[in-house]
Design a protein around this ligand. Structure first.
Ligand SMILES: *Cc1c(COP(=O)(O)O)cnc(C)c1O
Length: 301
């Protein structure tokens, strides 16, 4: 985002229903994240909410392909073009996901993929920046290496964000395995879609290829306490691991506390629960997950 020119006083529209990093990136560049609501079915940023949040200070939009389901990029890019804004995709959870057949990371002026160990592929630690222009790629390279392209001819104030060769070597091997892992995630998700009862299973838009970083269900109508009790029952009575991503919307964190009404975000923060969908699940594991969820859902209904 620094490479795109983001600076003090600039606003970037982001969802609040995401990991804090989405807003942190804007804030550490001196910009102001402006939080908007999401689509209750796909958990991704709501294009109508983007339009309503645009001001004179808006410079960009950062959609998040949350859980591996792409945001509606055709509509987002059309809004951006109409208002002269850039789009930077947070594809941290969405390696290989597609919208209308095109890979995420190729829609915006730029985009990022995380290679943190919990993501669909890893390099141990690190990430990748997708650049829509040679000029942005050059800016990112400069910022990564203390502002240098030619040695000691430093052009901008940059960082040491160089990835080590050791991490890159791990990442290159993982990249070769990504397609097969993704197919297994999708097969696990299809099994859950077919067999889970009593919870709302993930909606996948016709234009989307979902890569299931998370398989996230909704306990419809649940309070956060009821959802947490559901999670505790899965873990303690059935030994099924599960997680809540994310229990506190970013606009309510101490760092970003903002008075803004985001009812869908609040509802989802209370209702969502992510089940194991990783490529190492055995057939027996998948059956255990289904039996456990269906039993807990039935007991709570
Ligand atoms: C993991 C994650 C990030 C941050 O990625 P890092 O590799 O830790 O910098 C950003 N956004 C989302 C949605 C994430 O899940």
């Amino acid at each position: 985002m620094l490479g795109l020119g983001l600076g003090v006083g600039d606003e970037v529209i982001v969802p609040s229903f995401t990991f804090a990093a989405t807003a942190n990136t804007v804030a550490v560049c001196g910009g102001t994240p402006v939080f908007v609501d999401v689509d209750p079915e796909t958990f991704t940023i709501d294009p109508a909410a983007i339009e309503a949040a645009i001001t004179e200070r808006t410079v960009g939009i950062q959609p998040v392909h949350l859980y591996g389901h792409p945001a509606p990029m055709d509509r987002i890019c059309a809004i951006a073009a109409e208002h002269g804004l850039w789009v930077f995709e947070d594809a941290a959870q969405a390696h290989g996901a597609r919208w209308q057949g095109a890979q995420v990371g190729t829609f915006g002026q730029g985009g990022m993929f995380s290679l943190y160990p919990t993501k669909n592929m890893t390099s141990g630690e690190g990430g990748m920046v997708a650049c829509g222009s040679g000029e942005l790629a050059r800016q990112v390279r400069l910022l990564r290496n203390q502002g240098m392209e030619a040695q000691y001819a430093n052009e901008v104030a940059g960082f040491n964000n160089r990835m080590t060769d050791i991490h890159a070597a791990i990442g290159r091997v993982q990249l070769g395995k990504l397609a097969a892992w993704t197919a297994t995630r999708q097969a696990n998700a299809a099994f859950f879609d077919q067999h889970l009862e009593g919870v709302v299973t993930p909606v996948v838009r016709e234009q989307a290829t979902h890569v299931y970083h998370q398989y996230t269900v909704r306990i419809e109508g649940a309070s956060a306490a009821e959802r947490d009790a559901f999670a505790t029952a899965l873990r303690e009575e059935h030994q099924v691991g599960c997680g809540v991503y994310y229990p506190t919307p970013v606009h309510r964190l101490a760092t970003f506390r903002t008075e803004v009404d985001l009812p869908v975000t609040e509802m989802l923060a209370a209702e969502v629960l992510s089940l194991p969908v990783h490529p190492s699940l055995s057939d027996l594991d998948r059956e255990r997950v289904v039996a456990a969820v269906n039993t807990v859902a039935k007991a709570g209904a």
